[in-house]
Ligand binder design. Structure first.
Ligand code: CTP
Length: 403
C-alpha cells in the first residue's frame, strides 16, 4: 500500500457495526495509523460483540466511544466526530446500519454521530449476499449514494455463513484508498488521465522473452495520486504486480505493440497522458511459435535480430491537441541526465519530462525511492530528491497543476 505524507495529521472516525468482519478493521486502523493519520472510533452494541475497545485502544485508536450516556469524558459524544473528524467511515456496515443511515434513525452512539456529521462519509458493507441483493438494501444504498455517501461494493466470494456471493467486506486496501480519496483535495476533479506503467515483454518463443526490470511502482504512484485527487484515470499496464484502486480501469498488455494500440485508442479521449512504462524499443524480428530446443540450435552461438517497436510517447506527442498535456519519463545512465532529457522533451513534443538515473543503487527500477529532475517545456527545472515514489508522484502533480 502506498503512503502519502499529505494525509498526516488528518483524523478519521471509524464506526464498527456488528459483523464478523470487524477484525479486519483492526488491520485498517493499523495501516492508517502508520500513515500518521489520527483514528477515533465508535462501536455499536453489536460491533462490540466482535471486537473490543481494548483491541482498538492497544493499536492507538483514541478516543473510542461506545455509549451515548455512560462516558464521563464526553458530554456530547454524538457531536464528537462532527467537531473533530475529516472523514467518517462506517466499516463494516451491516444491512441494518445502512437502513438506519438511509432513514436518518438516531438510536445509538454511531447512528447519532452519522446524523450529526456533514463531512465526507464512506461505508464499507459486509453482510449475507441475499441481504445485500434485497430490494430494501439496494434502495437504501441508492438513497445514500444519491446523498453523496460513498458506499463501496462488497466483494464476491465465500461469506462467513457458508454461502457464496457478493457480501464480503471490501478488501482493507480498497477501503483505505476510498477513505484517502475522501480526505484528498479535489484539485484534479474531472481530468481524464492516461498512465502507462511496467515493462513490456517481447517474446522470442512461448517461454522466453526480452524485457527490463521495471516494476511499475512509479506509474502506480502517479495513477493512484491522481485518482485520489479526483481524476478519472485509465492505466495501461505491462506485466507487473501493482496494487491499484478498483476505481482505476486498467488495460493489461504484454508487448509494446499492444501498449501502442491501447494508448493510441485512448489518447483522443484524455486531457493528459503520463507515460511511465519502460517500453522495449526493440522486439525480436521473428518470434517462434514453438519452444526453441537447444539441440536444434546450430552449434556455437545463438543469434537473434531485432526490429524497432513504435515509440508510443512520440506518437501521442505528434497527435496532441492544444488542450492536451503530455508527460514523459526518461530513464538514463551516465552524467548527461539533463541534456538527454531535454532532447526527449523537444523531440517527443512533451509538456513535462521526469528524468532519473537508473544506474545508481537508490532510485530507478524496483527501488522504493527515487530522485528525479523535472523539466517543463517553458524552461522549468526542478529537483525532487530521495523520497518514496508515492511522495514524488504527489509532488509532481503539485508542480504540474501549479504551472
Ligand atoms: N517510450 C514510449 N515508447 C517507446 C519507448 C519509450 O512511449 N517505444 C516512452 C517511455 O514510456 C518514456 C519515454 O518514452 O516516457 C522515454 O523513454 P526512454 O526509454 O527513457 O527513452 P527512449 O525514447 O526509449 O530513448 P533511449 O532508450 O534511446 O534513451
Amino acid at each position: 500500500m502506498l503512503h502519502f505524507s499529505h494525509f498526516a495529521g488528518s483524523r478519521i472516525h471509524v464506526g464498527l457495526t456488528g459483523s464478523v468482519a470487524c477484525y479486519k478493521i483492526l488491520d485498517l486502523c493499523r495501516e492508517l495509523l502508520s500513515n500518521d493519520i489520527w483514528i477515533s472510533a465508535s462501536l455499536t452494541e453489536a460491533g462490540s460483540r466482535f471486537v473490543t475497545t481494548d483491541s482498538l485502544r492497544a493499536l492507538g485508536v483514541s478516543p473510542i466511544l461506545s455509549s451515548l450516556f455512560e462516558d464521563p469524558d464526553h458530554s456530547f459524544p454524538h457531536l464528537e466526530p462532527a467537531q473533530q473528524a475529516d472523514v467518517l467511515l462506517v466499516a463494516p456496515a451491516t444491512a441494518n446500519f445502512l437502513a438506519k443511515m438511509a432513514w436518518g434513525l438516531a438510536d445509538d452512539i454511531l447512528s447519532t454521530q452519522v446524523l450529526a456529521f456533514s463531512g465526507p462519509t464512506v461505508a464499507a458493507p459486509a453482510m449475507n449476499p441475499n441481504m445485500w441483493q434485497s430490494a430494501a438494501t439496494q434502495s437504501n444504498v441508492a438513497t445514500l449514494r444519491e446523498r453523496g455517501v460513498t458506499v463501496l461494493e462488497p466483494e464476491a466470494g465465500d461469506v462467513a455463513c457458508g454461502e457464496v456471493g457478493k457480501g464480503r467486506l471490501p478488501e482493507v486496501k480498497e477501503i483505505e484508498y476510498n477513505v484517502l480519496r475522501a480526505l484528498a483535495p479535489r484539485d484534479m476533479e474531472g481530468m481524464r488521465i492516461l498512465v502507462t506503467l511496467g515493462p513490456t515483454r517481447e517474446h522470442l518463443d512461448p517461454v522466453r522473452y526480452w524485457s527490463n526490470p521495471s516494476t511499475g511502482k512509479m506509474g502506480a504512484a502517479m495513477a493512484t495520486a491522481a485518482w485520489l485527487r479526483g481524476a478519472e484515470v485509465h492505466c495501461v499496464c505491462g506485466p507487473c504486480a501493482v496494487d491499484l484502486p478498483h476505481g482505476i480501469p486498467t488495460t493489461s498488455v504484454q508487448t509494446a505493440q499492444q501498449m501502442y494500440e491501447a494508448c493510441t485508442d485512448l489518447w483522443p479521449h484524455q486531457d493528459m497522458a503520463c507515460l511511465c512504462a519502460a517500453v522495449c524499443d526493440f522486439r525480436p524480428a521473428y518470434s517462434y511459435t514453438d519452444k526453441i530446443k537447444k539441440d536444434r540450435v546450430p552449434e556455437g552461438e545463438m543469434n537473434f535480430s531485432f526490429a524497432p517497436n513504435p515509440d508510443i510517447l512520440y506518437t501521442l506527442g505528434r497527435n496532441k491537441k492544444p488542450f492536451q498535456r503530455l508527460i514523459g519519463f526518461a530513464a538514463e545512465t551516465g552524467k548527461n541526465l539533463e541534456s538527454e532529457a531535454r532532447i526527449k522533451l523537444d523531440r517527443k513534443n512533451l509538456d513535462w519530462i521526469v528524468a532519473n538515473r537508473v544506474d545508481r543503487e537508490s532510485g530507478g527500477f524496483a527501488s522504493e525511492e527515487n530522485s528525479v529532475l523535472v523539466l517543463g517545456g517553458a524552461g522549468h527545472a526542478d529537483h525532487l530528491g530521495n523520497e518514496t515514489k508515492s511522495e514524488i508522484a504527489w509532488r509532481l502533480w503539485d508542480l504540474i497543476l501549479r504551472s
